[in-house]
Design a protein around this ligand. Sequence first.
Ligand SMILES: [Zn+2]
Length: 199
Amino acid sequence: MDNLPTLNALIEHLKRLPSVGQKSAERMAQALLTFDDKTLKEFGTSISELREKVHLCKNCGLYTENELCSFCLDPKRNNSVLIVVSYPKDVLGFSKLEDYHGRFHILGGVISPSSNKGIELLAISELEKRIVRDKVEEIILATNPTVEGELTALFVSKKLAGLPIKITRLAYGLPMGGQVDYADAMTLFKALEGRKDLK
Ligand SMILES: [Zn+2]
């Protein structure tokens, strides 16, 4: 759109969001223009405060507005089992499973198969410290069933091989190339139930 640099800038920002193309971004921007002043201000404030108020839980790497996230503080969960995932969004499905009472650990990324790039991003030393400190008995590697996810799971299992813990990997139920953050509860439950020993 011509001569509307502010609106165009907004559209470009919206296009950075997942699944948002030019048309959707334009529709969203047009919708925002119809918001009343108060609502639009609140919308802007929640975006501008994101970085300042939402950060990573210092224990597990999930998003929180406090020092520790609600999963780390939940007294009904136990320290003996950890589901290890790549990104905070991957926890969503598992967190709704009533049969899982353990906690979570976020690696913060995956390893790229071409260059082993990403190893430095993975929160493995934090994971190692946590396993020892919290007397963790089993970690379930729940990275995506993609090349990157498999490589990351293998790397983590090798790094932790010296620790006296059980290391398992999610099993069937998850299609190859799938993503744990999109899987439904039953698929995740089956994948957890059928997990295989890596060690
Ligand atoms: Zn946490």
